[in-house]
Design a protein around this ligand. Structure first.
Ligand code: KG4
Ligand code: ZN
Length: 362
């Protein structure tokens, strides 16, 4: 029986998912439970912050119990506690952080307040089964989610931002385009699925260049997609893909082509920045994470790019691409191994925090 210590309990409540995970000392995921609040927010067409906080509080006991039962552990066997401290919805963060601090205080265990992006950034090294791969000294992190589209340089535990979204994040534009077509939240995965069936060459979108920087901009692509939808509606009448799906029908080919063109340009832009960076300074290893890292085209294109350029690639396992608590516990274990712990009486929930704030991964 391998030595499992220290057992880490992670809590993630930065937005609308209530998540709890248990990892062993080798960052093997023993349990990762994510409870979605989609049903509670659906009538409002988006996440309502106050409802999110209340749902976290309501869902937590069942989520934590399910995680402990899956890992076959009791709370007394947990050696350290970690919770997301930001960025995110402050009311939601406060629920998870307060739960984490209370548990750490009551059990007399060390506590870690984790930056949400630090969790995503190191999540590609988690494995669906078995211990996590050691996080390399130097790598480039690409984080694409509903709130971020960032390129980070990680070296010796320090993180520097190389490029970021100038407007909407990648996942956010997939959601907005899908919403305009009548799809329910989160629209990103559904838009991706529909785009698989379209022809990207039928209605190509230009790839924004952001003047040669490593930043990305998705709002132009979004506006172009929205005006194309309007053009199709003027010719063919209102489009409601939710209703079309309920009737078991196939969306018009024109719409599938439009989504394929939109997705190809969105992914093309990310690939362009990765290539631009690699040309300026060879990338030692590219670690890709965040909810939008589930995008099928992005995964295929990055894999092909990595092979072509000889760059090692770590794509986050799909189980840990969207928000989850395993990545939070993992980031905390990395800090713990490096001898750090946070003062639970000082750590605060913060809706906005830069990732560069002092050495984070150690
Ligand atoms: O990381 P995440 O769960 O939450 C944030 O930290 O934002 O990311 C959620 C985002 C949503 O915008 C969702 O639509 C998007 O990731 N997403 C996708 C795909 N799967 C999830 N976007 C594009 N293609 C996908 N397959
Ligand atoms: Zn996230």
């Amino acid at each position: 029986m391998p030595d499992l210590a220290p057992i880490a309990l992670g809590i993630e409540t930065s937005c609308d998912d209530t998540a709890c995970a248990l990892l062993d000392g080798a960052s093997r995921v023993l349990a990762s439970v994510v409870s979605s609040q989609l049903a509670a927010h659906r009538p409002y067409g988006g996440v309502v912050p106050e409802i999110a906080s209340r749902e976290h509080l309501k869902n937590w006991p069942a989520v934590a119990e399910a995680a402990l039962a899956t890992a076959d552990l009791t709370i007394a066997q947990v050696d350290l506690i970690a919770a997301t401290r930001g960025p995110g919805l402050v009311g939601s963060l406060l629920v998870g952080l307060s739960l984490g601090k209370s548990l750490a205080f009551a059990l007399g265990r060390p506590f870690f307040g984790v930056h949400h992006l630090e969790g995503h950034l190191t999540s590609p090294f988690l494995r669906s089964e078995g211990p996590a791969e050691p996080v390399p000294e130097r790598f480039v992190g690409l984080v694409v989610s509903g709130g971020h589209s960032n390129l980070f340089a990680v070296a010796g535990g320090r993180v520097a931002t190389l490029g970021e979204a100038r407007d909407d994040a990648m996942g956010e534009v997939f959601d907005k385009v899908g919403k305009r077509l009548g799809l329910p939240y989160p629209q990103g995965p559904r838009v991706d699925e529909l785009a698989e069936r379209g022809d990207p060459a039928a209605r190509p979108f230009p790839v924004p260049s952001c003047g040669g920087s490593l930043d990305v901009s998705f709002s132009g692509l979004k506006s172009q997609a929205l005006s194309e939808i309007e053009r199709i509606e003027r010719a063919a009448g209102p489009l409601d893909l939710g209703e079309i799906a309920r009737r078991g029908e196939e969306p018009p080919a024109m719409v599938l082509d439009l989504l394929a063109g939109f997705r190809a340009a969105a992914v093309g832009q990310v690939l362009d920045r990765v290539e631009r960076l690699h040309r300026a300074e060879p990338i030692p290893l590219l670690a890709v994470s965040g909810g939008a890292a589930a995008n099928r085209l992005l995964r295929r294109e990055l894999e092909a790019w990595g092979v072509e350029r000889g760059v090692a690639l770590r794509l986050v396992p799909l189980a840990f691409s969207g928000d989850n608590a395993a990545m939070i516990a993992h980031a905390a274990l990395l800090k713990h191994r490096a001898g750090h712990a946070d003062d639970l009486f000082l750590i605060e929930a913060e809706s906005r925090i830069a990732l560069e704030t002092p050495p984070i991964l150690r």
